[in-house]
Write a protein that binds this ligand. Structure first.
Ligand code: PHE
Length: 352
């Protein structure tokens, strides 16, 4: 079947109309996406309208084919030119940019400095990870605590110096004789927790043994800031409760913990100490860089503490430890002053 005859005049007229339509369309494009849509519509290699019209060439008288071909090529050029102009209008003259003597396209791009986690946050994540591998699950407690969880349940008696208002950030007035306190407050004032041992109590209140928990967070004490003290710092608290847990288990966990964090075989030693909530209590040290470094406090959970949360001390025992996170972080990174960690000078923080 021969294609339908196509008069030359009609072919040329169709091309003229198409040119006009394409020019309008390109001129009206207001962004690169619109322009590209128009390009596909008119110049698309497969289904572009110019391509479709090209098929009509076959229906033109042989004698008129050269004229028709000429007209087709002129149309192609006109549409392409309209497209190039629209592109220049929308995207700028890119050749000119590349030739601009003030612009060197071969230079590396501007380096963008990514933000990072604070070194203490990095340390916390790492310590949590290490304890996780030893089977300890993360737990959390509030930073605004009550006297009961910060002291009473931890077997710290009313008369104990640790409760001194000068050593704690109390948020309400303690003492039965002060007038303006809410009902119940006088026996259980609120304070910023001074230790993460509070979470031992909260966790034991929440679940039954066996327990292996680790809690990392901020604690507050009104210390004057110097190279090794700050009124806010971080502790990691560990608690393991099960049947017949001993000091040997504690030593093993602390040794594995120090070895994992510091990356070398780290010897551990324990010295007798005193905490109201552990019996016996120890001070743990690890050997690092030629000397013994204080690790923190630890011990076997006092039966009175187990009783305060309703556990049977005849059935269960456990160990607890509380270590300063800043000190670990400072030793590992050779930071000489704790204040660097909290003054947030980016030149310091960027190094981690
Ligand atoms: N909470 C104690 C402190 O802040 C450390 C500690 C934790 C001691 C657990 C024994 C058991 O000093």
């Amino acid at each position: 079947m021969s294609p339908p005859a196509m008069p030359l005049a009609k072919f040329v007229q169709t091309l003229e109309l198409l040119t006009e339509e394409a020019q309008n369309s390109f001129a009206q494009a207001s962004d690169a996406d619109q322009l590209d849509e128009s390009r596909v519509e008119f110049l698309g290699a497969k289904k572009g309208r110019l391509k479709l019209i090209q098929k009509d060439l076959a229906g033109i008288e042989n004698s008129e084919k050269p004229a028709a071909g000429k007209s087709l090529n002129a149309t192609k050029q006109a549409i392409q030119q309209a497209f190039d102009e629209a592109k220049k209008r929308l995207l700028g003259d890119q050749d000119k940019v590349v030739r601009d003597p003030k612009f060197d396209a071969t230079l590396p791009g501007t380096k963008f400095r990514m933000g990072k986690l604070h070194p203490i946050t990095q340390t916390i994540n790492e310590l949590k990870d290490i304890m996780g591998r030893l089977g300890f699950t993360p737990a959390q407690g509030p930073e605004v605590e009550d006297d009961y969880h910060n002291f009473q349940a931890l077997n710290i008696p009313m008369s104990h110096p640790a409760r001194d208002p000068l050593d704690n950030f109390y948020l309400s007035v303690a003492g039965k004789h002060s007038g303006a306190v809410a009902a119940g407050e006088e026996d259980n004032p609120t304070l910023m927790r001074s230790q993460t041992s509070t979470v031992q109590i909260r966790e034991m209140e929440r679940i039954d043994p066996p327990i292996r928990m680790v809690s990392l967070g901020r604690v507050y004490r009104p210390d004057t800031a110097d190279w090794s003290h700050y009124p806010m710092f971080h502790q990691i608290e560990g608690l393991m409760i099960d049947k017949s847990v001993t000091l040997a288990d504690l030593k093993t966990v602390l040794k594995l913990f120090a070895t994992s964090y510091l990356g070398d075989e780290v010897p551990i030693r324990i010295r007798p100490s005193f905490f109201p909530f552990t019996e016996p209590s120890v001070e743990a040290d690890y050997y690092w860089d030629g000397k013994w470094v204080e690790f923190g406090g630890a011990g076997i959970v006092d039966p009175n503490v187990l009783k305060s949360v309703g556990y049977d001390p005849e059935k269960y025992s456990g160990f607890a430890f509380g270590l300063g996170i800043e000190r670990l972080c400072m030793i590992r990174h050779q930071i000489t002053d704790i204040r660097y960690l909290f003054t947030n000078d980016v030149r310091f923080l960027r190094q981690f």
